[in-house]
Design a protein around this ligand. Structure first.
Ligand code: ADP
Length: 471
């Protein structure tokens, strides 16, 4: 089974967000179970290749925008593995890309439509030897129609994974012509561009042989208008060809100095050092709650956290928040942490700091994840690994990974009162007898990639068979 894994990023070579972590971890886990997988990404100028051997293999002539675009094909390996990584280099299209874009602008859609065409040219140059093309997120949405045009019945099977439906890659109608899609051959594209723009994720969803998301619950949720928006119907039309597979966590990226037997002495020591560093009250009777993540008011539930801070602190909690993002929310949180009533118990750290994040996971008792939606979420898995009990909203991958009263806490409704109620349950646990058992359970929960890789292997087999059956 030969798989081409297509993505906009792959950690640690090109890391922009969570997708890069998946692209850097899942192929390694697949390799361990005998799947031959190659990752292909754009060769952005900020790619970190210093410690890698990178070879130039060949040059592709990629037709795009009425021109032939020479595109270098470089190859390397994912660190600590035998997984091949192909880097496509084109100075015209890939050199202007800024790390900060990542918002699916029109320019980005154009850039990635070029990438899609280049990937299809690469597949052709490799004599069409891949059994399945695994496309990820909107950046890869035009690969499927292009494969149909270029390879017709000979085309490989295709799987399209949605990592976050909010980012859709809306581009101009001209992209369809520039990328070289045969006019009139794709009714779904004609339907899509009738409103004046092209939606790349919609194309991926509609045209792949199979669609999956990064958790079973998120797969169900995006079939509803609340989570799926205007794409709910597009997804609904694919039911029967959809699945959810929970992402894994690469535990080797998260070192810890204790395990499920030794945490009981180690964690209090780390907690005390953390509280001293943050200048918070060191009374061990106070449970330490934490929030770590992007301050995105549309996703991460930061408004709920802000609303309940006075209640939590009055009830006897300490709280540390680590995050960056929306400037308005940064200011609001800083204002609370500077308020003399709250400053002994609440610290807002407005920065991105991996070491501090790890110290917070290790030193805290509870981690708040009150997201509005969460396709998978890694933070709750990381928290459990460090023995900090996650308090999560029952949505997406949070619902699929946390069990109430076993390894964490769940609440349903997106409301401050419901968050207060669940936080109160956490307080009772902290002062009661169940805390130690729950922490041990959380630390022993297994979210390794090995499990998810087995499910992907089975899915690849199934999709390849579906493709064979349809020809
Ligand atoms: P998302 O991908 O939606 O941002 P995840 O829960 O999947 O959310 O992953 C978030 C990752 O980013 C975690 O590894 C978390 O530790 C890290 N992270 C987020 N914000 C910060 C920050 N301010 N400092 C350090 N690490 C952070």
């Amino acid at each position: 089974m030969k798989i081409l894994f297509v993505a906009s990023e792959v950690a640690p070579i090109i890391k922009l967000g969570g997708l890069g972590d998946v692209a850097g971890s899942l192929p390694k886990a697949l390799e361990k179970i005998g799947v031959d997988v190659t990752v292909i990404v754009p060769y952005f100028p900020f790619a970190k290749t210093e410690n890698l051997r990178v070879y130039k293999n060949m040059e592709l002539n990629v037709p795009y925008g009425g021109e032939i675009n020479p595109t270098g094909v470089f190859s390397t390996k994912l660190p600590d593995s035998n997984v091949d990584v192909v880097l496509l280099q084109n100075s015209k299209h890939f050199h202007s890309y800024e790390k900060t874009w990542k918002v699916s602008t029109k320019e980005e859609s154009e850039l990635f439509s070029f990438f899609d065409r280049a990937v299809v040219e690469y597949i052709k140059c490799e004599f069409n030897t891949y059994d399945l093309i695994h496309c990820n997120d909107w950046h890869t949405g035009l690969i499927m129609p292009l494969l149909v045009d270029e390879l017709e019945l000979e085309r490989p099977a295709t799987l399209f994974t949605i990592h976050n439906l909010m980012y859709q890659g809306k581009g101009s109608v001209e992209i369809v012509r520039d990328v070289g899609i045969v006019p009139g051959e794709h009714p779904i594209i004609d339907f899509d561009i009738a409103d004046g723009d092209l939606n790349m994720i919609q194309q991926g969803i509609s045209s792949a042989d199979f669609v999956n998301t990064v958790s079973p619950t998120y797969m169900k949720e995006i079939l509803t208008g609340e989570f799926g928006g205007e794409l709910a119907d597009v997804l609904d039309a694919r039911v029967g060809r959809t699945q959810g597979i929970l992402n894994g966590l690469d535990y080797s990226s998260f070192p810890r100095t204790y395990d499920e037997k030794t945490w009981i002495t180690e964690k209090p020591r780390i907690k005390k050092a953390l509280l001293e560093k943050l200048g918070l009250d060191t009374d061990a009777e106070r449970p330490l709650f934490a929030f770590v993540g992007r301050l995105d008011p549309y996703q991460k539930g930061i408004d709920l956290v802000h609303q309940i801070i006075p209640h939590m602190l009055q009830k006897g909690a300490n709280l540390v928040l680590l995050g960056t993002g929306d400037t308005e929310w940064q200011d609001k949180l800083l204002a609370l942490s500077n308020d003399a009533r709250y400053s002994p118990y609440f610290s807002a750290q407005i920065l991105f700091d991996k070491d501090l994040a790890e110290q917070i996971y290790a030193g805290s008792d509870f981690l708040l994840v009150p997201s509005k939606y969460e396709p998978c979420g890694l933070i709750q898995m990381i928290a459990m690994w460090y023995g900090s009990l996650p308090i999560v909203r029952a949505t997406g991958g949070l619902k699929d990974s946390v069990e109430e009263g076993i390894n964490g806490f769940l609440f349903d409704k997106y409301s401050a009162q419901d968050l207060i109620d669940v936080v109160d349950r956490a307080f009772s646990t902290y002062y009661g007898r169940d805390m130690a058992k729950m922490v041990s359970n959380a630390m022993m929960s297994d979210f390794s990639w090995d499990k998810s890789a087995l499910q992907y292997k089975e899915l690849y087999k199934k999709v390849i068979q579906l493709r064979i059956d349809s020809t």
